[in-house]
Design a protein around this ligand. Structure first.
Ligand SMILES: [Zn+2]
Length: 267
């Protein structure tokens, strides 16, 4: 089981400093955020990948938010695919396990959107296979009603290099506070190690925007309860838990300690 932050810890200035810091804190994962653009050269990616491997830190990448594989604009779809491919290339050089993507929006036609996203994912899977790349394409469960990406939508697309990324805060928001941890972990049995995002979350409880995420919160400030996931994680066996809380590495450590406490008590 690995724990780490989504992005560079608040006390660090560079990604290299971050890796050293995480390693000395007892954390063993980090997600590199390209959410506002891919700002890393191939040379840097190789160097970061080597430093991470030397320190035993498993890396993942979050692709830009500005992606919509279901856009009605052909240009936007092509630009989205290019951003994903570029994230995957840098991810591969980093030695990242997975590149996490927000695949797209339903727009006017949910069925057409699902078809377009399926097609886009198949093309990207072909790209990964044609280039013998090891990095996976991770489809994240999304936290807004307008976004494609319930677990039920994602799972049928997960084969070959496409894998699910389970964001429990998003699932919690979308289902207005209901999460069945056991059921979810059973649905993703075939995907080990599983990539997980965890944080607290605030969501819209009523009205037309009901079930939309508002903002991520610290792990113990409302939202899914990590203590309820812990026994399911222990049973599942192999996963990377990324803290998307505003308290990044602090909450990654909090979750790690809670998980270890559970294992110790269980004996
Ligand atoms: Zn995300």
């Amino acid at each position: 089981m690995r724990f780490g932050p989504a992005g560079i810890p608040t006390v660090c200035r560079t990604v290299f400093e971050a890796l050293e810091y995480l390693s000395s804190s007892g954390l063993s994962a980090m997600e590199i955020e390209f959410v506002r653009g891919i700002r890393m050269s191939e040379e840097t990616a190789k160097a970061v990948g080597k430093a991470a491997a030397d320190l035993g830190i498993s890396l993942s990448v979050h692709a830009p938010y500005y992606v919509n594989l279901a856009s009605e604009s052909r240009e936007k779809v092509e630009a989205s695919k290019e951003r994903i491919r570029r994230s995957l290339v840098i991810g591969e050089l980093l030695g990242a396990t997975v590149v996490v993507v927000h695949a797209g929006y339903y727009g006017k036609d949910r069925v057409a959107a699902s078809e377009a996203i399926k097609k886009g994912c198949e093309e990207i899977a072909e790209f990964l296979e044609a280039n013998s790349m090891r990095v996976r394409l991770g489809l994240e469960t999304m936290g807004k009603q307008s976004q494609w990406g319930t677990l039920e939508e994602i799972l049928p697309l997960c084969r070959g290099p496409c894998v699910p990324v389970v964001d429990f805060a998003h699932i919690y928001a979308r289902n207005c506070g209901r999460v069945n941890y056991r059921e979810i972990m059973e649905l993703v049995q075939g995907f080990k190690p599983l990539h997980i995002h965890f944080s607290g979350i605030e969501f819209v409880p009523v009205g037309p925007d009901k079930g939309n995420e508002r903002r991520h919160l610290p792990v113990s400030s409302g939202g899914p309860r990590f203590s309820e996931l812990v026994p399911e994680l222990a049973r599942f066996g192999s996963a990377t838990v990324i803290s998307e809380s505003p308290l990044l590495e602090k909450d990654a450590l909090l979750m790690k300690r809670e998980f270890e406490k559970f294992l110790n008590l269980k004996g």
